[in-house]
Design a protein around this ligand. Structure first.
Ligand SMILES: [Zn+2]
Ligand SMILES: [Zn+2]
Length: 263
């Protein structure tokens, strides 16, 4: 199995989110969207064995992050970690014998350290996670937030690999078919990060030394990979940083592609 720290975006976006992060034969899943079968297939395509997965960490109770959880945790006897508020919100959706754990600030798992960072989002008690693997490398998966808090920013700055949400193009959202109330929710402080907000953040990140980047949780309705990428590359260019010279930037794919980032 993998020796080097590796992040695999299994799938990402409104139809389901899940990432694998691991090194030296052990790893964790962050979120479990879609269904168990699709997650199994995505892991298989990425050559990740279930025996290497120590636990699954859930960011919040929205279905695009946990719809596979009930079956996945039961079938593979995976431990589930989340904030207390998220676990309460999920309680009716899990089997009674599910092995759930509250994560307060951080937890050690094998030779890994997983840290919780709270996020402003319209869920019970949402958070994102940074994972430090046995080789000392840290990855942060940061999606589903209305704005980037100082805590998320600090965690991102010290990370070797960062996924940041680039959810929507403001104009596409404004002109698009979503009902007014949903648009308002997405744009709010407890909604999602726009391409513009993401790109400004990335420019700060690269200048602070974090240069392995990925855009995550792109809206299917209000964004495209090209538009999101263009927005970030343009903003970074304005800040004097060149794509591939000063940083790498990938897009977390909607469908499993086998894409993995070694960092
Ligand atoms: Zn989501
Ligand atoms: Zn959400």
């Amino acid at each position: 199995m993998m020796d080097l720290a590796k992040a695999i975006p299994l799938f990402s976006g409104s139809s389901g989110n899940s990432y694998f992060i691991g090194a030296k034969g052990e790893g964790v899943l962050i979120d479990a969207g879609r269904n168990c079968k699709q997650l199994e297939l995505a892991l298989e395509a990425a050559s990740v064995d279930f025996s290497s997965i120590g636990a699954v960490f859930i960011t919040h109770e929205h279905t695009d992050h946990c719809s596979a959880l009930r079956v996945l945790a039961n079938k593979h006897r995976l431990d589930i970690y989340a904030s207390e508020g998220t676990l309460n919100a999920l309680s009716g959706k899990l089997y009674p014998n599910a092995r759930v754990h509250v994560i307060e600030k951080e937890t050690a798992l094998g030779n890994m350290l997983i840290r919780r960072i709270d996020t402003p989002h319209d869920a019970a008690e949402s958070c994102c996670y940074s994972v430090t693997t046995a080789d000392g490398k840290t990855a942060l998966i940061a999606t589903d937030m209305g704005f980037v808090t100082p805590e998320v920013r600090a965690a991102a700055c010290g990370s070797d690999f960062v996924v940041l949400e680039s959810n929507h193009d403001l104009e596409m959202l404004r002109l698009g078919p979503y009902p007014y109330i949903l648009k308002k929710r997405i744009l709010s402080d407890r909604g999602h990060l726009s391409n513009d907000a993401c790109s400004v953040e990335l420019a700060q990140l690269v200048s602070s030394g974090a240069c392995r980047l990925m855009l995550g949780h792109l809206s299917e309705q209000n964004n495209t990979p090209q538009i999101a990428l263009r927005a970030s590359v343009a903003e970074l260019e304005r800040a004097g940083m060149k794509f591939r010279r000063d940083y790498t930037l990938d897009i977390a794919p909607k469908e499993p592609t086998g894409l993995s980032v070694i960092y």
